[in-house]
Unconditional design. Structure first.
Length: 418
């Protein structure tokens, strides 16, 4: 059993009172308590101040409370894998003596708000993810901590483990949770730069990512896009969503950019119509030339604004009507927890907004220079681009060879043939 023992190490009039916290034979850190006493007022037998006056009685009361405070912290820390060393003991003493003040930014939700407010270059998607992180934290505090607020200084390895298990129980994927743990690390690091103390284990917290076999790449082929274009629709919502879906496959943008395109993004340069926009995720300004099919959609009037949720749902319904029912390996949500379940499905069942960008990249690969396609899709490297469309560097080599074979060879005639 861990024990608290107070002692003096000096005979000076104002001697520091030390506390030794003995946990086992190998672990017994010792630190100054922050209190001093004249050695003549110290009881060596009891290891506490003598009770000869009110001041000494008050000092003993404080030391008794400090002992309880340290023991409580130790009992809480046992199940968290905390290292009980001298730094830990000093931290508890400083907390007891109010040397470490609980400021607003030490509260995790406040630091999330501050991170959003102080980062002027955050994309709309990042802000949304941070808002979701805050919602996660509030829900966790309510369900698991009985409303107790999470403090930056208490975010340790055990917290991350419990946090992960909590959200897995809610049906969220490891990769999904990993995104929020990465955001959490960014928020805590920013709080640390503002002077908020962090837990000694914080630097050991790593990003998590589920290792799995790659999913089948789901795209809409050019033939399937024709089926969608010619499908007989009835609902106005379907007509509108079809425009977004087909336009997306022709300009290769993420839904976070695609669904916010307006007439202001359409520009004419050298008798050529383009869509110019700043990508939310990358912050890059891109100019996308409009192919005839895309130009037709734009000139007939851009579709009306639509939410991502509605776009995903209507896209599935449109593809179902168009009989896009090839069996593919994919994932879809099949239960109330909205857990993604892998399996074989009809293609229309696994269609979502992401199919637009991937269809563009895949369908035009080999027909246009890869660097040009990467400029449009926003991929930073060719390796990332090729992986995105399920190709390898060997596929790229074959594409180059095919291109060179199409070139007419230049035959140099010898002197005799001239």
């Amino acid at each position: 059993m861990a024990t608290v023992k107070y002692l003096l190490q000096s005979k000076n009039d104002n001697s520091n009172i030390y506390v030794r916290y003995s946990i086992d034979r190998k672990t017994s850190p010792k630190r100054k308590t922050g209190f001093v006493i004249n050695p003549k007022d110290w009881s060596l037998d009891k290891g506490l101040p003598k009770q000869n006056g009110e001041d000494l009685k008050g000092l003993k009361s404080k030391l008794d409370k400090l002992a309880v405070f340290i023991n409580d912290a130790y009992n809480i820390g046992i199940g968290k894998g905390i290292e009980f060393d001298g730094d830990w003991l000093q931290y508890q003493i400083d907390l007891f003596n109010n040397k470490i003040k609980l400021v607003d930014l030490d509260i995790l939700t406040n630091s999330i708000d501050a991170y959003i407010d102080n980062r002027g270059n955050l994309t709309r998607g990042s802000i949304k993810n941070l808002d979701n992180l805050k919602t996660f934290v509030i829900g966790y505090e309510k369900d698991a901590l009985k409303g107790k607020q999470i403090l930056i200084r208490n975010i340790d390895l055990n917290f991350i483990d419990v946090f992960k298990k909590y959200h897995i129980s809610k049906g969220r994927s490891v990769n999904y949770i990993g995104t929020y743990i990465s955001l959490l690390r960014s928020v805590v690091n920013a709080a640390s730069l503002n002077g908020i103390p962090i837990h000694p284990q914080f630097k050991q917290i790593k990003a998590i990512k589920e290792h799995k076999d790659p999913d089948e790449i789901i795209i809409l082929t050019e033939a399937e896009q024709v089926l969608i274009k010619n499908a007989t629709l009835v609902r106005e919502a379907h007509f509108n969503a079809r425009k977004w879906l087909l336009l997306g496959c022709l300009i290769g943008q993420r839904a976070s950019d695609l669904l916010y395109i307006t007439d202001a993004n359409v520009k004419a340069i050298n008798n050529m119509k383009i869509i110019e926009l700043k990508q939310q995720k990358t912050g890059k300004l891109v100019a996308i030339p409009l192919l005839p099919e895309a130009l037709e959609i734009v000139e007939n009037g851009l579709p009306k604004k639509i939410s991502l949720e509605h776009f995903n749902r209507y896209s599935k319904e449109i593809c179902k009507i168009a009989k896009i029912d090839t069996i593919v390996k994919g994932k879809m949500r099949k239960d109330e927890k909205r857990t993604l379940t892998a399996g074989n499905y009809k293609k229309w069942q696994v269609i979502s907004s992401h199919v637009c960008r991937r269809s563009f990249a895949t369908n035009f690969y080999g027909s246009y220079p890869t660097s040009m396609l990467m400029t449009v899709t926003g991929h930073a490297t060719e390796t990332m681009f090729l992986k995105y469309i399920g190709k390898t560097t060997y596929d790229n080599a074959y594409q180059m060879l095919e291109y060179f074979n199409k070139l007419q060879p230049v035959v140099v005639k010898s002197e005799e043939e001239k």
